[in-house]
Design a binder for this molecule. Structure first.
Ligand SMILES: Cc1cc2nc3c(=O)[nH]c(=O)nc-3n(C[C@H](O)[C@H](O)[C@H](O)COP(=O)(O)OP(=O)(O)OC[C@H]3O[C@@H](n4cnc5c(N)ncnc54)[C@H](O)[C@@H]3O)c2cc1C
Length: 462
């Protein structure tokens, strides 16, 4: 039986924001967050500026450059960890994939700042002490408080950074990379105390120590709360269990998860959760899967294409298996919408969040169009559900199937989109599919005149 809720399904999606726990529906704006991050960086530098009367000679200049890069590195690691702390306003306003990209880029800069900090301090001290870099390094490691621990922390962070390089990630299992990343917390802990023990800005200023320590404590508390306490509380409150596993297409299954008080999760169409199935071989991995139907007070549905170990194992799940779900996360929801007309473009298993949005986005007849791109008719998932929803909501539905070579022309080329979607530039476009396809479609949309702010995408690879 297709999982199409009666037309009343949107009732769940219209839950009142004022009932939400604090921050649950707040959406941070990307530009505001970036401005805050930059302001924090300037505030960090101002600690050095106000703590440094005058600079004389090469040794002093090098040392001060080392202090500034050290401050920025110490601030940088806090920002990196905060971006991945699962803060709801960030997850809902910016989205996990963009946060992951910011985190990766920030990680590269921060590791660079740490290396620069170490080299500049060693060189600066050596020049001022008229000694060699080697002997100065020894002195710093053995006689400056906590520098040895900080060096270990710095090396650990560099190691985590190297393991995250694209070339290394390709060779590592996702889970190995994921657990290696936990060393970041150890590295931050190891490096923390040397900031207060050796940092000129902090030795002389209690307010600076309170502000800096407060910043670290706030992010540590957020991590504890959103990555550990909240999922544990949700597990107790909602008691999620596998209710059914249903085949959808070759290599694709839907998993229906039942639970209690699910409306309290404030999940919306377009959201994903990180799922942990408490059964042998799966309990130690949590993987992200989007909701593939409107969330209901008693059940949620995901639909998964077998790709590797985790996604393939879901077909074998037994009803009654306990489930932990972290979330909801993601910015690909109705909240991103700015226009009355909406175009949904799905590729392959990227149909899942768009199938849910096709069901619940408020719209008049003809306002919503769904284009579903698949290499083969047999790979189309939810065909009956989509056709039923299109009939019920009088929305437009178009299956673009076939290999590019067989089709001759690109069914998502600018001219084709313009011809088939009247008023294309006045649409919000929601996009989810393989990276190559989404990049090509974004180019098509931009060429066809769709403003960048009206293009919303979710990437399944990050
Ligand atoms: C926001 C989001 C929503 C998603 N929604 C769906 C969905 O609705 N249906 C669906 O079929 N797939 C979805 N995926 C993709 C799905 O998470 C991966 O295919 C799955 O985790 C692969 O794990 P594996 O062990 O089967 O394969 P592996 O062989 O371990 O991995 C295959 C690929 O998936 C990536 N991957 C593996 N585990 C994770 C993880 N925990 N987090 C992020 N990437 C991972 C790996 O980097 C690799 O590129 C989504 C991914 C994201 C990021």
């Amino acid at each position: 039986m297709p999982f199409v809720s009666p037309l009343s399904a949107p009732a769940l999606a219209t839950a009142r924001p004022q009932d939400a726990p604090p921050g649950a529906t707040t959406r941070a704006r990307p530009a505001v967050v970036l401005a805050l991050i930059a302001a924090g960086g300037l505030a960090a530098i101002s600690l050095w500026w106000y703590g440094t009367p005058a600079i004389h000679g090469l040794g002093d200049w090098l040392t001060n450059a080392g202090r500034v890069t050290g401050l920025l590195a110490g601030y940088g690691v806090v920002v990196l960890v905060a971006l991945m702390a699962r803060l709801p306003p960030l997850e809902r306003g910016i989205g996990a994939d963009r946060l992951a990209r910011w985190h990766a880029m920030g990680g590269r800069y921060t590791v660079g700042l740490i290396v620069a900090h170490a080299l500049l301090i060693i060189w600066g001290y050596a020049v001022s002490a008229h000694t060699t870099v080697v002997s100065q390094t020894k002195t710093l490691l053995v006689s400056y408080p906590d520098v040895l621990a900080a060096t270990a922390g710095g090396l650990l962070l560099a190691g985590v950074g190297i393991s995250s390089a694209r070339a290394a990630r390709r060779r590592l299992r996702y889970e190995t990379w994921y657990y290696l990343h936990f060393y970041t917390y150890l590295a931050v802990a190891l490096a923390f105390s040397h900031q207060f023990a050796s940092g000129a800005e902090f030795i002389s200023s209690l307010p600076a120590r309170i502000a800096w320590g407060g910043m670290y404590a706030a992010v540590a508390a957020a991590i504890g709360w959103y990555r550990f306490v909240t999922p544990a509380r949700q597990a107790v409150r909602h008691r999620l269990r596998v209710a059914a596993v249903e085949p959808e297409a070759p290599g694709v299954v839907s998993v229906v998860i039942a639970g209690r008080h699910l409306d309290e999760l404030r999940a919306e169409s377009g959201h994903f959760f990180r799922w942990r199935f408490l059964t042998r071989g799966l309990w130690w991995v949590s993987s992200p899967y989007s909701l593939s139907a409107a969330p209901r007070p008693d059940r949620l549905r995901i639909t998964v294409k077998a790709l590797g170990d985790h996604s393939s194992a879901l077909a074998g799940l037994r009803p009654g298996t306990p489930v932990l779900a972290e979330g909801p996360y993601g910015a690909l929801t109705g909240a991103a919408r700015r226009r009355r007309k909406v175009l949904l473009i799905a590729g392959g298993v990227g149909i899942t969040p768009l199938r849910a949005l096709f069901e619940t986005l408020p719209a008049d007849p003809g306002d919503i169009t769904l284009i579903y791109r698949a290499s083969d008719d047999r790979d189309v998932v939810f065909r009956r559900e989509l056709e039923q929803l299109a009939r019920q909501r009088r929305s437009r539905l178009w299956f673009a199937t076939g290999r590019r070579a067989e089709l001759g022309a690109d069914p998502l080329a600018p001219a084709v989109l313009l011809a088939n979607v009247p008023g294309l530039a006045r649409h919000d476009v929601y996009l989810c599919g393989p990276p190559g396809m989404t990049a090509a479609v974004i180019r098509s949309l931009r060429t066809a005149g769709v403003p960048r702010r009206q293009i919303h995408r979710e990437s399944f690879a990050f």
